[in-house]
Design a binder for this molecule. Structure first.
Ligand code: XMP
Length: 339
């Protein structure tokens, strides 16, 4: 019979067998899948697992700190390397407005940062040659490097099909590893669905903030600023987004809605009046949706009082924003994210 306890025991045993005395690396995104995969592998091999969290500077307010904290609390022992790559991503995104170009740049920079972090770790562990010309040569002892991924059953099925959403937007993912490295994938969630992963995560003691975290796109706020991504614009969006999330949480709506992107129309301005004066600020879009699997979605009917509180607070507390608008488009025809 299927119980979370059985799944955990079985997967821990499998991972132990697969990795043996080796070491493994896992890229953490802050989402539930990679966190549960890491926690399972950590149970199997302890501190021979190193997790890498790439902070691309496109996360929401306090999010990176929360991810670090939740990770520390839930995985007693696994090592976490946090790479601060904000400036690298901002530089790479300067002047870029096209959505697909943004996605490709973010995906590319992510892989660069992750590869470098990974090479440093492998060198430290003696899997790679000490220094040298920068190329990734494995040492003579031929140790295998293991890479943990939180691939779920639907991901396996979808990549088998090889069509659909991937053609609409380029989803960023860990990929493009150097070919001369003999990486072996460890995917302890390959047979599970999302709700099962959540159950396993709870059983493993992961905090609710991680287990029930709503989906958040890999490219982060970079695809929620319509126009060029800059530090100032990110800060404005972060403040507005934090207010929206706080009010939705306070209203007890977190598990009723799938997610609520908050989108800054950075290249649009409109006239307003705040205090005694005219303003010429930016609109922000609230995009609350309900969904089962993100393939289709409905706009969520958030109560008017809650929308009203969000609007009042954002326009009072974020001076750059003088208008809050609601997106009432289903998917299709609109996608969930604006880019
Ligand atoms: P769309 O906008 O395609 O989004 O309707 C569907 C779901 O996927 C999330 N999303 C992403 N997740 N990397 C991710 O990990 C991405 O590049 C990405 N783009 C969109 C989106 O938040 C929604 O839940």
């Amino acid at each position: 019979t299927w119980t979370t306890g059985n799944v955990i025991d079985e997967q821990v045993a499998r991972v132990r067998e697969q990795i043996g005395e080796g070491t493994a690396i896992c890229a953490l995104s802050g989402g539930v899948d990679s966190a549960v995969a890491a926690a399972l592998v950590q149970r199997a091999i302890g501190d021979r697992l190193t997790c890498v969290y790439v902070d691309h500077g496109l996360m929401r307010q306090d999010e990176s700190v929360q991810i670090e904290k939740a990770f520390g609390e839930s995985t007693g022992g696994a090592r976490l390397v946090v790479v601060d790559a904000e400036q690298q991503f901002l530089d790479a995104l300067a002047g870029v407005t096209d959505p697909e170009t943004k996605r490709k740049i973010i995906g590319r920079e992510f892989i660069r940062v992750f590869e470098k972090a990974q090479a440093d770790i492998l060198r430290e562990q003696g899997v790679l040659e000490a220094e040298g010309d920068g190329s990734l040569e494995t040492t003579e002892n031929d140790a295998t490097a293991f890479l943990v991924q939180g691939t779920l059953y639907p991901d396996v099925v979808e990549s088998g099909g090889g069509e659909g959403a991937a053609n609409i937007k380029s989803h960023h993912n860990v990929g493009g590893l150097p070919e001369d490295l003999s990486f072996e994938l460890v995917e302890p969630l390959r047979t599970l669905f999302k709700d099962e992963v959540r159950a396993v995560g709870s059983e493993l003691g992961l905090p609710d903030e991680i287990v029930w975290r709503q989906p958040f796109p890999g490219p982060g706020l970079g695809i929620r600023i319509i126009g060029e991504v800059t530090k100032d614009r990110l800060d404005v969006l972060r403040r507005a987004d934090a207010i929206a999330r706080e009010e939705l949480t306070a209203a007890g709506l977190d598990r009723d809605i799938w997610q609520c992107p908050v989108v800054l129309l950075a290249d649009v301005r409109s006239v307003g009046v705040q205090g005694d004066g005219r303003t010429y600020g930016h609109p922000i879009v609230l995009r609350p949706v309900t969904s089962d699997d993100a393939m289709t979605a409905d706009w969520a009917q958030v109560p008017y009082e809650v929308l009203g509180r969000i609007s009042t607070r954002i326009t009072n507390q974020v001076p750059e924003i003088n208008r809050v608008v609601l997106d009432v488009t289903s998917k299709p025809p609109g996608t969930i994210e604006w880019e």
